[in-house]
Design a protein around this ligand. Structure first.
Ligand code: GAR
Length: 212
C-alpha cells in the first residue's frame, strides 16, 4: 500500500461526494491516501455502481437488517476494523453511528453536512430536508461543513466550511445542487487530503488546519 492511508467511504445514496473523491484521487489530489473500500447502508445505492466502475471493492450492510443503531454500529465497527481503515468518510451516509464507532475512531471520521454548522444540523437534518429548512427560514447564505464526527450529531470539530448565496427563487433541489457543486465536491476531497497528509490537528475540541 506504499504507506498510504486506507480510506473507507460510507454511503447511502447517489454517491456524488464519493464520485468527487474518486475523481480527486484519479487526478492525484488525495495526497497520502487511497480509497480502499466503500460500505453502503442500502442495497442498490447508485454509489455502489460508482465504486464498481472505479474498481473499488464494496460491502453492503443494510441498515434495515439490524434492530437498532447499537447493533448496526457494531457491524459497521467490525467491518471498519476488518478493512484496516485509517480514515472513515461519511459521504451522504444517512445513519447516525453509535459511540462504539465514534469512540474507536476519534478524529478519524470525517462527515460532510450540507449547511453551515451550527445552523440546520443535528438529528433529523439530512439531505434535502436541510435545504427546505434553510429556505423556510429565509437565510441569504448557506453552504456545507466538513467536520470530524463525535458522539453528538453534527457537533464534532469543524475542518472546513464554504458558502454560497441563496437566491430568491431557489428550490431545495436547486440550492442543494449549488452547494454540492461549489462546496461539497471541492472541500470534501480537500479535507480528506489534508487528513492523509497529517495536516489537521485537534486541540480542545477544535480542529486546526495547516494550510501552508
Ligand atoms: C449531500 O448533500 C450530503 O452533504 C448530505 O446528503 C447528500 C448526499 O449526496 N448529507 C447529509 O445530509 C448527512 N447529514 P451524495 O450521496 O450524492 O453524496
Amino acid at each position: 500500500m506504499d504507506g498510504k492511508k486506507k480510506i473507507v467511504v460510507l454511503v447511502s445514496g447517489g454517491g456524488t461526494n464519493l464520485q468527487a473523491l474518486i475523481d480527486a484521487e484519479k487526478r492525484g489530489e488525495i495526497h497520502g491516501g487511497q480509497i480502499t473500500c466503500v460500505i453502503s447502508s442500502k442495497e442498490g445505492a447508485f454509489a455502489l455502481e460508482r465504486a464498481a466502475k472505479a474498481g473499488i471493492p464494496s460491502v453492503v450492510l443494510p441498515r434495515k437488517d439490524y434492530p437498532d443503531s447499537k447493533t448496526y454500529s457494531k457491524a459497521i465497527l467490525d467491518e471498519l476494523d476488518r478493512q484496516g481503515a485509517d480514515l472513515v468518510v461519511l459521504a451522504g451516509f444517512m445513519t447516525i453511528l453509535d459511540e462504539c464507532v465514534t469512540k474507536a475512531y476519534t478524529n478519524r471520521i470525517i462527515n460532510v453536512h450540507p449547511a453551515l454548522i451550527p445552523s440546520f444540523c443535528g438529528e433529523g437534518f439530512y439531505g434535502l430536508r436541510v435545504h427546505e429548512k434553510a429556505l423556510e427560514y429565509g437565510v441569504k447564505v448557506s453552504g456545507a461543513t466538513i467536520h470530524f464526527v463525535n458522539e453528538k450529531a453534527d457537533a464534532g470539530p469543524i475542518i472546513l466550511q464554504g458558502t454560497v448565496a441563496v437566491e430568491n427563487d431557489d428550490t431545495p433541489e436547486v440550492l442543494q445542487r449549488r452547494i454540492m457543486e461549489n462546496v461539497e465536491w471541492k472541500l470534501l476531497p480537500k479535507a480528506v487530503s489534508l487528513f492523509c497528509e497529517d495536516r489537521i490537528t485537534v486541540r480542545d475540541g477544535r480542529a486546526y488546519v495547516d494550510l501552508k
